[in-house]
Design a protein. Sequence first.
Lengths: 441, 250
Amino acid sequence: MNVALAKAETGPGLRGILAIPRGRLPGAGKVADYRRQAFDAYENAGLPHRRIEDWKYTDLRVLMREVLPLAPEPDAAALTRAVAALKLYSIAGVRRLVLVDGVFVASLSETADLEQGLGIRTLCAELEIGDAALQAQLLAPDHSNPMMALNSAMMTDGLVIDVADDAALTQPLHIVHIASGAVPAAMFTRSLLKLGNAASATLVESYIAAEGAKTYQVHDSLLLSIGDGARLDHVRLVEDGREAFNISSAVVTVGARAHFNSFGMTSGSHVSRYQAVIACAGEGARVETNGVNLLNGRQHADTTLFLDHAVPNCSSREVFRAVLDDRGHSVFQGRIMVRPKAQKTDAKMMTRALLLSDEAEADNKPELEIFADDVTCGHGATTGALDESLLFYLRARGLPEKEAQALLIQAFVGEAIEAIANDDLRELAVSAAQRWLAARG
Amino acid sequence: MPLLEVKNLQVRVEEREILHGLSLTVDAGEVHAIMGPNGSGKSTLSHVIAGKPGYEVTAGEILFKGENLLEMSPDQRAAKGVFLAFQYPVEIPGVATMTFLRTALNAQRKARGEGEFSTPDFLKRVREVAARLNIPQDMLRRGVNVGFSGGEKKRNEVLQMALFEPSLCILDEMDSGLDIDALRVAADGVNALRSPDRAMVVITHYQRLLNYIVPDFVHVMSKGRVVKSGGKELALELEASGYAQFEDAA
């Protein structure tokens, strides 16, 4: 690997990053040190490329080429555009928390009348004057992953949500990332949700664009800390603009007897990568992480999951589906690690891709690393076209071709969607899938 | 005008000719049985009438109510009133039977320019028909044919026939995989649908089914042609003497 080449390709925007006004990159002291180390790590590695195993199918030097300059703080015009976009994607009954171009916008968010035990602050405030324990959590991610390191160096804002022990939130929290799209730019956000012992909450994340938004980059990270006996339901919907890039990381720690139910659907953005590290840290933890990619045109979406079983008696299920039309390219990398102490681990991963075109591509890379001897682990992967005999049966019953295909596609992704516990959110995912199908024409 | 006219139909599958000039005329209100040994082209005929891809019609025509059926897509044919009861109904995991029935019925109605059924009316109709066919309600909530027994799958076909009210029903080897009790239930369901406006073409290898669904006409197929036609007594004759006599005739 040519190091000079690597540095040259980190992007022209980066050198200028250090010159960003101090106010845009909150935090001094430890925070500033952390940023500097992260930045050095990123600069050393550069954008990840195909010769790095973890990025084999998603070569950002080819696909993204450069990191765009930091987005300016949204002005009145940007906010007006954001409001219009919000109207199209509003979800009833949730508590909305809005980030426009990577900056929390209080006027579009609902932070009054918080339920008992719920605390909401911003990353910006927390990095400037937060308490030491929370700050330590925000600065926990290491710099081994270059895109996470970049996010650590550049994070401008996000939500820091604290749910007290035993608090059972009834209203889902909805973090909406909106790109106003006025100029080609990048936004860098980090959010933290700390769920106390025996608490429960639902978190929804949406990534959307204002009308007419062109090229932009989302660099997001989510830190989830789920206390013992707690339950978190998590839904993320990537409906970014078709010229957008979305590079998101998640670091999840699941406590003893806690339950993490996560579902992600990507139907938007030109290139996206969702990389999650999920650690079963306490005995009896349960993880379900399911996902659907719906891609067409030249869309590329990469889901890379690392399930880390460190303690005994935990279970994990990964169900992943991709529906690919035109030259859509879906990547699923699922790695399950069962450490020596993690006896009685029950881990399963199943990924299936449906190719609607000869030029579509699905790459599945399951990896099991098992160091304990009393475990149940399994994985499966299939790739194929729509079953002609099923299509004919439906058509012989009166369904036109597109409707018959749509019904089978919905059934195909349904298995992943069904695992969403909240009825309204499940409907939300179903309607996002239907929007995609309707747009196929 | 006959309901169905098949004239000199020649069909190829992957360069091999399966039907060599088959003709058949079916009027409304009639029940025709098509019998013949394995490989005589019975199922090919049913597939071509329903519009299954993979068959090349090289000559002849099929008229349905005077219209050229071969120019229509399978869904257009269904909306016009052609129904094929499959020999092996497929399982469709993830599509609830009730959703499937409603989507299909409304697609047909839409194609005919009729309004969609309201949900309560639809549910009431399905429940009535299902009860008549001994189809338990929980089956309707499951995926289409998923985990159904052979008899349940065939009853599900009859259920659809009753709901969609086609004018031509083609029953492809309805008796395959059914024990005698299951066969009786399915046949009773079919018999209840006999009407002066509706014709049925019953394709079967064995005479047994025709004890339950008694045909007006019996046709014997061999090597891609109809080699003999007659009344219902022809089926009994076949049962006694077998198909061998027709192998040479064809």
